[in-house]
Design a protein around this ligand. Structure first.
Ligand code: NAD
Length: 249
């Protein structure tokens, strides 16, 4: 019997992270989901019905990241795969008072960019070499600036995540750990997109060659590939999973 891999998924209590948790748990991997709300994580683990462990941690807080990684290593001995899916968007525009724009900028960078950085630095020393896998969830916004005005802080953070991908791939791949990113297009029915208007969604779908919005499962399938032994020669890459919304540009 092969040993179960230990898979950490930040933002694993909903949306894309939750779909990733299901994908790995169905394959009998040991999944640990992280998030800020214990109640949400517990509900997710119960509803999924697989052996999914959860731990409360805000990835933007170094002490919480350190604590949770120490707990996981104590309980499971190592970390095989890190999926950085925690993230959110807040608007920041030139019409805002500067202090408000700054507050939104800071919050967005702290989770989307710094959180991914902290998790990587804390987890990488505990990964098998070769065999470790780090996967970031960036966004199509890194290339387009977002689907509407005001997404600048988010677009910058998600572009920064590509910098993490390249930088950590250079540092860690020679030690047998691959580092890649996925840049999703529109993914329906997550907490992130569930309040988007029908008009906005139809506008995006009209620009999407495959003619539909993505599902969290579409992203989980790509994460699963990048986490698998089959992808051992893929590192420092960005996989666009967007139904063709971006190609050719
Ligand atoms: P989601 O809101 O359902 O999932 C994000 C999760 O991250 C939530 O459970 C949230 O509570 C958690 N989270 C937020 N801040 C956190 C923090 N500081 N510490 C720990 N957990 C935190 O939305 P989703 O669409 O599944 O988003 C997952 C990732 O995909 C995000 O990084 C998002 O930016 C990215 N993304 C989403 C889309 C889309 O269309 N849904 C497109 C491109 C990229």
């Amino acid at each position: 019997m092969t040993e179960r891999r230990i898979i950490i998924i930040t933002g694993g209590g909903s949306g894309i992270g939750r779909a990733c948790a299901r994908e790995f748990a169905q394959k009998d991997e040991q999944v640990v989901i992280l998030g800020r709300s214990a109640e949400k994580l517990q509900r997710c683990a119960q509803e999924e019905g697989y052996d999914i462990a959860w731990k409360q941690a805000d990835v933007s807080q170094r002490e919480q990241v350190e604590r949770v990684i120490n707990e996981i290593v104590r309980e499971y001995g190592r970390i095989d795969v890190l999926v950085n899916a925690a993230g959110f968007v807040l608007g920041a525009t030139t019409d805002m008072p500067l202090a408000e724009a700054e507050a939104n900028w800071d919050a967005v960078q702290e989770t989307n960019l710094k959180g991914s950085f902290l998790m990587t630095v804390a987890a990488a020393p505990h990964m098998p070499r070769p065999g470790g896998r780090i996967i970031y969830i960036s966004s199509i916004a890194a290339f387009t600036g977002g689907s509407r005005a005001g997404s600048t802080a988010y677009a910058a953070a998600k572009a920064g995540v590509l910098g993490l991908t390249y930088g950590f791939a250079r540092e860690l791949s020679e030690r047998g750990i691959t580092v890649n990113a996925i840049a999703p297009g529109f993914i329906a029915n997550t907490e992130f997109t569930c309040n988007w208007t029908d008009e906005k969604i139809q506008g995006i779908i009209a620009q999407t060659p495959v003619g539909r919005g993505g599902s969290a499962k579409d992203i989980a399938a790509s994460v699963s590939y990048l986490a698998s032994p089959s992808s051992s020669f893929v590192t420092g890459e960005v996989l666009n999973v967007n139904g063709g919304w971006l190609f050719g540009r």
